[in-house]
Design a protein around this ligand. Structure first.
Ligand code: ATP
Ligand code: SF4
Length: 324
């Protein structure tokens, strides 16, 4: 879907990921397609439960049961990840695609020194001698703003922001082409959040990797991303470069999202909230999934699902307002 001719770094084609629960089938990701190029940052935004984490995990094929990829393809550097064996997939994880999660404590071993996490990862994937790996780990710690003397600290001895820096170093230590960061700053206070975002922006320039930044906070995307992908109820409703998006969002849901961002320059401004609640992903509404909350809804919106159209080069939207 991008305008570049060369092979995209990542290409999702009609990806479907469902959870088979006792209550019914949760269609968490339902026919999502987009392309991203090398070195780009894509901000993946949506309300809680819109399928963002599921989408991130499915690229790495880490969907927990009862979830399953039930359709579509994930091409990474031209390779269809959905067709790889589990062994082949293990070589992609970490080495070619790194991941940063919201809570570093779930990914760090409390009994292992933080530096050793990085050393072990380098040694086990690349088989280099330990001294070399220690050297690289120290230089990575420096890159993420941690003094080398913290190498021997255990995770609990570090602050939340420092632990997240370690996670970023871990995600980068095998020099991946893509990093998926799922709400990497939402557990941190505002100042640390800003520092971590700044760090990620700086590291992107040094390491040149692509980044998918999953967040419910659209203002973060304005700060760091090249493109924005808006998810609503398991579907991608808009995909655009960041400048065009913030100048003129296309989808009514995107419009509502932008109106809900507090603007600190307008102190008496009344924030608008998006009325209604996100729909069930077990029985999503017929037609456009946003129709029950959409101020522009017309009769067909509740009857027929709109197709995604390319409104302008590289700008995609799923709404009847843009269908000829
Ligand atoms: P959040 O920001 O709250 O993490 P999200 O946009 O990342 O939300 P997902 O966590 O991907 O959304 O969830 C999408 C849908 O899939 C939700 O309806 C959720 O309840 C469901 N879901 C997620 N994980 C599971 C699971 N392990 N078992 C069953 N349903 C799940
Ligand atoms: Fe609104 Fe209709 Fe567009 Fe859906 S298709 S967003 S209901 S105008």
């Amino acid at each position: 879907m991008t305008s570049m001719n060369r092979k995209p770094l990542l290409s999702l084609e009609n990806l479907k990921v469902y959870y088979y629960t006792d209550e019914g089938v949760v269609k968490a990701v339902d026919s999502v397609s987009f392309n991203m190029d090398r070195g780009e940052t894509v901000g993946l935004v949506g309300e809680s439960g819109s399928g963002k984490s599921t989408l991130g995990l499915s690229i790495l094929r880490l969907i927990p049961p009862p979830g399953k990829i039930v359709g579509g393809k994930v091409f990474f550097d031209g390779i269809d990840l959905t067709a790889l064996s589990e062994d082949e997939m293990r070589k992609v994880r970490g080495k070619r695609i790194g991941m940063v999660f919201q809570d570093p404590m779930t990914s760090l071993n409390p009994l292992m020194k933080v530096g050793d996490h990085i050393v072990e990862t380098i040694v086990s994937h690349e088989g280099v001698p330990r001294e070399k790996a220690v050297e690289r780990a120290c230089s990575l710690l420096e890159d993420v703003g941690i003094l080398p003397e913290r190498f021997n600290d255990y995770p609990h001895q570090l602050s939340g922001g420092m632990r997240q820096r370690i996670m970023i170093a871990l995600a980068l230590c095998l020099k991946p082409d893509l990093v998926i960061a799922d709400e990497p700053t939402s557990a941190l206070d505002v100042i640390v959040q800003y520092q971590i975002l700044e760090l990620m922006r700086k590291l992107k320039q040094v390491y040149g990797m692509g980044l998918i930044l999953i967040t419910h906070d659209v203002s973060i995307v304005a700060e760091v991303a090249d493109r924005i992908a808006i998810m609503y109820a398991g579907q991608l409703v808009e995909y655009s470069d960041v400048n065009s998006f913030f100048n003129s969002p296309l989808h009514p849901y995107s419009e509502a999202l932008l109106e809900s961002i507090p603007n600190i320059q307008l102190s008496d401004q009344k924030l608008k909230y998006i009325p209604g609640i996100p729909p069930s992903l077990i029985n999503p509404p017929k037609g456009c999934r946003f129709h029950v909350r959409c101020p522009y809804a017309e009769h067909r919106c509740g009857e027929v699902e709109p197709q995604t159209v390319e409104f302008e080069r590289g700008r995609f939207v799923k709404c009847f307002r843009y269908v000829e």
